[in-house]
Design a protein around this ligand. Sequence first.
Ligand code: GLN
Length: 458
Amino acid sequence: MDINKIIEECKKINDEYHYFNTIDEGLNSKSSNCYESSIRKTPKKQGDGKLNNIAISVKDCICVKGLESRAGSKILEKYKPVFDATVIEKVKQQGAIIIGKTAQDAFGFGSFSTNVGKDMKIPLNPFDKERACGGSSGGSAGITQKASFRHITLSESTGGSIVCPASFCGVIGLCPTYGRVSRYGLMDYANSLDKIGPMARSMDDIALIMEIISGYDEKESTTLNEEVPKYSDFLKKDIKGMKIGIIKEAFGKGIDKEVKEKVEQGIKKLEQLGAKTEFISLPLTQKYGVETYYLLAMCEASTNLAKYCGMRYGAAEKLEGSFNEYFSKVRSDYFNDESKRRIIIGTFARMAGYRDAYYIKAAKVRTKIIEEYKKAFAKFDLLLSPTMPFVAPKFKDIEKLTPLQNYMADILTVGPNLAGLPHISIPAGFNKDKMPIGLMLIADHLKEEKLIQAGSKL
Ligand code: GLN
């Protein structure tokens, strides 16, 4: 398919579903990324064009040179990075075509992609326009489901933003081990939690892109200097004798009946192929995961957002008044309500006098949660649960949720994110309203290949 046709299709889908904040100009503009891809000759030593002509969309918070990149926020309006994130550089070297920046909750703050920046549009679920795509990478998941052409998206997760929308939109989403993929060029939400990972419709594409984007990056000090396996070798590998722990709490109260049934069918399938399953309990993660995650994430976010003050990046106003007046005006006008809520809570929780009670305590509980998982992985190859407790909710129901109820939606996904563990959401069927259901597998650190090995059998 030619690039201009792909861009035309994206524009058409976008008019109806709002998956993109920016679509590249295609071959019509010589400064576009598409144009650059079409004339790029892949130098031999940099790769052999493994992604030649594959269309890649990119979550708005990942920097793409020359393409407006605003992390879904009004405060970064018109910001065009002068460099490519490492993941972008890597996929371009393999011949990929970057088609645009996908819609998200501003800065990744949300689970439904409804917390978009002022004047920006909310992405609509590809199966039912009255429902959410999930978040925060809603646009990424939506376009991955809807595109008629071969397409992979590069997305981001802090507490579940890859697997949640993947589950709600019926596509595969893989969130790698913390440090497996370079975050250089990612606009930080919470540095100790952020990961870049892909979504696609086929496991082959997930394995392929993971081989390309994983690995050490001298520009990013938290990347791990560990060898990258050939993930595609695990697509055909059987799962006989693989030990899978079924997370008991994830099938209890508050989890939708149809979601449980479909995920149980998935478990049966894995058992028939020779996997050995057993229930396991993760009581600490279940009880404290959401509180711990939101405290840490908001503390880190509140410091990361300090740099957006209308001086250096994005939106700017006429310089008037004192610095404090100017700074307050820009931040009041351009941040949305959820961003403000998180800045206020995060700043409070790490203030002198409250730091020990909140931030430090949450950091200690996080260590306990990591220990709980590590104990489980001494016995199991993988852990399994539904990805989300329910299918994509309707916008009219989301509106009624309090912020706390909103945060509780992440109960199943915050655990692996807190522990930096790789996890994947795989489509597991549909409910009676024809809405997709996701099954989640979690692996031990740097064991992404097991997710691909077992996930490809579902
Ligand atoms: N829903 C979570 C939050 O709002 C996760 C977001 C993310 O992973 N970027 O923080």
